[in-house]
Write a protein that binds this ligand. Structure first.
Ligand code: C5P
Length: 236
């Protein structure tokens, strides 16, 4: 898979999601299904969106003991999604177990990526809540290296960290980056943001974009603008 824009379908029902996706006539955006939609609608929403021809990033961020995560991933492997994820803080054995569970009998599997530190976590949370006394960037790189050691395909990280992750884990190690906003857009609750063009220049492999597309007056135009800025070097 190459560079692409993943649309975060943060809707609470199947109807709202289909109403949104139906606007894209002739286009099949890569879709992110998160906890809200999955818990509301169950695996059927994944099957339906896949049947409509979309690639899917199933963003459920698993974190439990290795055996439980392995079995859960085994169930998810039957859904034929393109990317799954988990928390790197679950440890290397948990990530290895996840990979085993996700691998089908024929050896195929979805890509598996790890959340390093959520972008809602700051240095104060690291120190005071988690008792991690190292700078955020060092923690993120360590978790990315653990994910690589476990055999995973990449990480979810801030676009500001994408370059450093590639430096320490190699350019083939995927960086999937949320926190993207248009230069003239509203930042909402995202604090450390980049434009799609900046994310491309810094080497993000995939950008995850929610409200700048889903809440736009013209979502299809906003999506196409994202694709143009992120994927098409010729426009610059
Ligand atoms: O609407 P917005 O573009 O901010 O949506 C970003 C999406 O990426 C949301 O679905 C959010 O849950 C997800 N995400 C994030 N930061 C992370 C991990 C996931 O914003 N660290």
């Amino acid at each position: 898979m190459g560079k692409d824009v993943i649309v975060a379908c943060d809707f609470s029902s199947a109807e709202a999601t289909y109403r949104f996706l139906d606007m894209f006539t002739g286009r099949k955006p890569f879709v992110k299904i998160g906890m809200e939609l999955f818990y509301a609608e169950g695996p059927e929403i994944v099957r339906e969106i896949k049947a409509r021809g979309h690639k899917i990033f199933l963003d459920l961020k698993l974190h439990d003991i290795p055996n439980t995560v392995k079995k859960a991933m085994n169930v998810l492997s039957r859904l034929d999604v393109d990317i799954c994820n988990l928390h790197a803080s679950g440890t290397v054995p948990m990530m290895q177990a996840a990979l085993e569970g996700l691998t089908r009998d024929d050896g195929t599997r979805p890509l598996l990526i790890a959340v390093t530190q959520l972008t809602s976590t700051d240095q104060t949370h690291l120190e005071e809540d988690l008792w991690i006394h190292e700078p955020m960037e060092k923690v993120v790189m360590h978790y990315a290296e653990n994910a690589k050691k476990a055999g995973l395909d990449g990480v979810v990280c801030s676009p500001l960290e994408a370059e450093a992750v590639h430096r320490c884990c190699g350019s083939g190690f995927l960086t999937v980056t949320p926190g993207v906003r248009f230069a003239d857009g509203d930042k909402g609750d995202q604090k450390r943001v980049m434009t799609p063009e900046e994310a491309r220049k810094i080497g993000s492999d995939y950008i995850v974009v929610g409200r700048p597309i889903t809440a736009a007056a013209d979502p299809v135009a906003a999506y196409e603008r994202c694709v143009r800025e992120f994927c098409d070097e010729e426009t610059k």
